[in-house]
Ligand binder design. Structure first.
Ligand SMILES: NC(=O)c1ccc[n+]([C@@H]2O[C@H](COP(=O)([O-])OP(=O)(O)OC[C@H]3O[C@@H](n4cnc5c(N)ncnc54)[C@H](OP(=O)(O)O)[C@@H]3O)[C@@H](O)[C@H]2O)c1
Length: 312
């Protein structure tokens, strides 16, 4: 089911301010619809993060613009001493928001660690159980709307990690299970153990492996949500977009930002694709939300398909 929601209905923004109509897509089978653009919290909790009041303003800007999906993870922090930083920040932002909290779905992840600030994997069932308990406390909730395995741990059979997810579902600690950084084969193996709602993999014009390797096609066919991470290219490459000749021209033609054009291209890759851009600035969060109802023509999409996006 599709619908629209004007962010203006819950925001304190002046009635004269231009408002986009946020589009909705199902998060997965038997899951609610969420805004087709979500908000990814990573950059307000890792290196170069803003101070806490500004971070809260960023999350509120996303919510006021009509975004109803927030993606976080226990490891969005500076390191092991700081685990849960982003989850606590999101919980605080939601507590202090004056809009309808019940509309907002929060997705978090377990299965990673940050020893000395490095990013490592831990898919052992006992770790996942403890990480989920900690995320419940950090988020201040009784149950997690969507709990995602951050990445498959090569040292632990995926079936064992998914067994832990099945128990968390049975215990009512998580409402839905998702995967991240997976192949089609891994999605199928996981689904033999536990019902999967969504898959979160990287997708942007610089990195198209989710298209090339068939994960987006699989999610489309199976109606699983595909949460596109780093949808504008990530912290470094997104800065190249304003100078990209094709993106810049399309942005001018639509009166939109280069980032919004790229987000529209990402959304066009499949009917279950949901993009989760991050932002450290309120205006960036608002701009990303505006991409939800930006339509590229098939010819414009093809131009981006065929353009070169250098990662150098
Ligand atoms: N599952 C995984 O392994 C995984 C890995 C990476 C990320 N993620 C998730 O995906 C989210 C996004 O990924 P990402 O942060 O790597 O990539 P991204 O959102 O493509 O890019 C990050 C930066 O691009 C800038 N940006 C985004 N939209 C913009 C706009 N409309 N206008 C101007 N600048 C804009 C922001 O800069 P400013 O900060 O300056 O506002 C933002 O921090 C994360 O927050 C996280 O939730 C998941």
């Amino acid at each position: 089911m599709r619908g629209t929601w004007s962010g203006s209905s819950v925001s304190s923004v002046s009635a004269d301010a231009p408002q986009s109509l946020v589009q909705f897509r199902a998060l997965g089978p038997s899951a609610p619809d969420v805004s087709s653009i979500g908000y990814g919290g990573m950059h307000i909790s890792i290196a170069d993060r803003p101070d806490e009041p500004e971070s809260i303003r960023v999350v509120h800007a996303a919510l006021d613009a009509g975004i109803t999906l927030i993606d976080t993870a226990d490891v969005y922090s500076l390191g092991a001493h700081d685990i849960g930083h982003n989850e606590r920040l999101i919980a605080r932002a939601l507590r202090e928001w004056r809009g309808p909290r019940e509309r907002i779905l929060v997705a978090t992840k377990g299965g990673s660690e940050r020893p000395e600030g490095r990013w490592t994997r831990n898919g052992r069932p006992e770790h996942l159980k403890a990480a989920c308990e900690r995320s419940l406390r950090a988020l201040g909730v009784e149950e997690i709307d969507l709990y995602q395995l951050h990445a498959v741990d090569p040292a632990v059979p995926l079936e064992e990690s998914m067994g832990a997810f099945a128990r968390l579902l049975e215990e009512g600690k998580i409402v839905r299970a998702g995967l991240s950084n997976v192949t089609v084969d891994q999605i199928e193996r996981a689904r033999r153990v536990v019902p999967i709602t969504s898959v979160q993999n990287r997708l942007n014009p610089f990195f198209r492996e989710s298209l090339d390797e068939g994960v987006v096609r699989y999610c489309t066919d199976e109606r699983l949500g595909f949460l596109a991470y780093s949808p504008t290219g990530g912290g470094r490459l997104n800065r190249k977009l304003p100078a990209h000749p094709v993106v810049e021209r399309l942005a001018r033609a639509h009166g939109a930002s280069p980032h919004a054009v790229v987000l529209a291209w990402v959304l066009a890759q499949g009917p279950t694709v949901i993009a989760i851009p991050s932002a450290r600035k309120p205006e960036h969060a608002r701009d990303s939300a505006s991409a939800s109802d930006l339509q590229l023509t098939p010819e414009e999409r093809r131009e981006i398909d065929e353009a070169e996006f250098s990662t150098a």
